[in-house]
Design a protein around this ligand. Structure first.
Ligand code: MLT
Length: 248
């Protein structure tokens, strides 16, 4: 019996950012890509929101969907959530795929940047933020060769309520350092990262992989921070190979 795969999207996107994976794995595995709290059609209750709440949301989602155990694949913020979930609910995890992410918390400088962005969003909305963020997230190659991906990313961002984006920025800034929990991870784990990722660069992901016993690590050429969207074929191949070994 194979386990379902739950995909956790990055900030500030939505479940549709996993469309190339949902399409590829259709009929092979049971897949889920929920819109997370404050994103897309995801719930948005009273704040403040913490990454810990997102991990609890995932547990509740699994209970509701009657999923005892799953492979969890998280990109960037999805990876922060997956790591938090792993520490809180290890018995619910069959395997872990971490993409373009990191274990450590924000530096003071990164926190200050988030606070400035929150202020700017409250004053101006998200139009400029969507342009800047999508530019920074995508690799140079994607922006040159596949500009339509930037349009998709921008429209995902603009679909979210500005006040929700601001709330999630608070959750990101206040997340804990997951590094101390890495050595306890015992499920099959794979780490993927785009070579052109400027937000969570390859060396950050490689050092994450080194701290997780038995994990595998792969670089995805010609992809930035959104490696699953930018190079879906290569991404899907790595994921498929991993699942063939560990999800049977
Ligand atoms: C993401 O893609 O989820 C964000 O870039 C995460 C972050 O800003 O830390």
């Amino acid at each position: 019996m194979s386990y379902p795969i739950i995909f956790l999207h990055g900030f500030p996107f939505d479940g549709s950012s996993w469309d190339p994976q949902l399409e590829h794995f259709k009929g092979k595995y049971q897949t889920f890509a929920p819109d997370l709290r404050g994103h897309g059609k995801g719930p948005a209750g009273p704040g403040p929101w913490m990454i810990a709440h997102y991990a609890d949301d995932l547990k509740i989602y699994m209970d509701e969907m009657k999923i005892e155990k799953a492979f969890v694949c998280g990109l960037s913020m999805g990876g922060y959530i997956a790591l938090h979930f792993t520490a809180s609910y290890p018995e619910r995890l069959a395997g872990l795929i971490l993409c373009d992410t990191r274990a450590d918390a924000d530096s003071n400088e990164a926190k200050d940047k988030r606070y400035a962005t929150i202020r700017k969003i409250h004053q101006e909305g998200t139009q400029q933020f969507a342009t800047d963020f999508s530019k920074n997230a995508l690799g140079e190659t994607t922006r040159t060769v596949m500009p339509q991906i930037q349009e998709k990313v921008q429209s995902m961002i603009l679909n979210n309520q500005p006040q929700n984006i601001a709330m999630v920025l608070g959750a990101l800034a206040s997340r804990r350092d997951s590094t101390p929990y890495l050595e306890a991870i015992s499920c099959p784990t794979m780490i993927l990262v785009g070579t052109e990722d400027k937000i969570t660069p390859p060396d950050v992901n490689e050092s994450l992989a080194k701290k997780i016993k038995g994990s595998s690590f792969h670089l995805i050429e010609k992809a930035g921070h959104l490696s699953n969207l930018e190079q879906p074929k290569v991404f899907n191949r790595y994921l498929e190979d991993f699942l063939k070994i560990h999800n049977r």
